[in-house]
Design a protein around this ligand. Structure first.
Ligand code: S3P
Length: 177
């Protein structure tokens, strides 16, 4: 066992890449807790992400994400953490994530993303016209950040959540032991 490594898995990636469903599966298989940064922020703020964006703006929300990670770092243990899609873009955040555990980027193509997010109204950054263009330009900007922030990436387009969870489990076991 590599004693300096923390026993947590952190899932990062764009909206709709499967962080929640894969995270739930992983947490069941490992008997870890499942946690989600968006849900934690909503609980603490007693408000929805949509409403926080609308009333306070994106910068305010990004600061909540950073504060949450700082609070989590000392206590997080045996957790699968799903993170908001924009969270690893701040360098400070991506550093904190790597200190927390094994960081995995779930990579999904524009087509897969579009299909999974069709009709979604819970993501403030994807409302309005031309969602396809928005996704395309955000993805090309963000992919380098996700790749840099992660220990490993998994292409998810052609795989079931179970298959993705198995791949991550195997890689995590090698990383930790
Ligand atoms: C965001 C992704 C969302 C949420 C917020 C902003 C983003 O999380 O944090 O709407 O910037 O990509 P999910 O990736 O869980 O949808």
């Amino acid at each position: 066992m590599k004693s300096n490594r923390k026993h947590n898995i952190i899932l990062i990636g764009y909206m709709g890449c499967g962080k929640s469903i894969v995270g739930e599966l992983l947490s069941q298989r490992l008997s870890y807790q499942f946690r989600d940064t968006d849900r934690m922020i909503e609980q603490t703020a007693r408000d929805t992400i949509n409403h926080i964006f609308a009333i306070r703006g994106e910068e305010y929300f990004r600061n909540l994400e950073t504060e949450l990670l700082k609070d989590l770092l000392p206590e997080i243990n045996q957790v699968v953490l799903s993170t908001g899609g924009g969270l690893p873009l701040r360098e400070q955040n991506s550093k904190l994530l790597k200190e927390m555990g094994y960081v995995v980027y779930l990579k999904a193509s524009k087509e897969t993303t579009l299909r999974r997010l069709a009709g979604d109204n819970t993501r403030p950054l994807l409302q309005g016209e031309d969602v396809e263009k928005k996704i395309e330009s955000m993805l090309s900007y963000r992919i380098p950040f996700y790749e840099k922030a992660a220990h490993k990436y998994v292409v998810t387009d052609d795989k079931s959540p179970e298959e993705i969870a198995t791949l991550i489990m195997e890689a995590y076991m090698k990383w930790i032991y």
